[in-house]
Design a protein around this ligand. Structure first.
Ligand code: DQA
Length: 149
């Protein structure tokens, strides 16, 4: 049985299923499966368990945030893709749950188009890790393991 206090939800939003072939000059060549593998390896070393998901649907992201709390997860690593910049529903969900959320991005949205400079997710997140490619996820996982959030 999984000890929920060691359970980390890794929730990925729209278009991240296309990682590896999607604008590799911005997002790199790793696929979401590659990232899941990297996270699982690191999680094993840290004594954590990863539950990695992806959806293209905003409401599903909200449901999964609620579920993370209901399951007693220790934290959520959330790459909400473009919903980061548009979704008040996601901000409300992050604020509605006690489970800490780490905002994760492969790219650094602050150095990109102005419409990416607003982050509703960031307004609720305990921490943001961005601009390190696939490593952003590992940095976020390490931060959770080190009790930084
Ligand atoms: C992203 C950045 C977002 O601006 C973009 O819409 C994405 C990916 C990232 O990981 O760099 O879909 O979240």
């Amino acid at each position: 049985m999984t000890d929920a206090s060691n359970l980390i939800y890794v929730v990925n939003g729209p278009n991240l299923n296309l990682l590896g072939m999607r604008e590799p000059e911005i997002y790199g060549s790793a696929t979401l499966d590659d990232i899941a593998g990297m996270l699982e390896d690191r999680a094993r070393e840290l004594g954590l368990t990863i539950d990695m998901r992806q959806t293209n649907h905003e409401g599903m992201l909200v449901d999964w945030l609620h579920e993370a709390q209901a399951e007693g997860a220790r934290a959520v690593l959330l790459n909400a893709g473009a919903y980061t910049h548009t979704s008040i529903a996601l901000l409300d969900a992050i604020r509605a749950i006690r489970t800490p959320v780490v905002e994760v991005h492969l790219s650094d949205p602050m150095t990109r188009e102005p419409f990416r400079h607003v982050s509703y997710v960031g307004m609720g997140a305990a921490m943001t890790v961005q601009g390190h490619g696939a490593q952003s996820y590992l940095i976020a996982l390490d931060a959770v393991a080190q009790g930084k959030i």
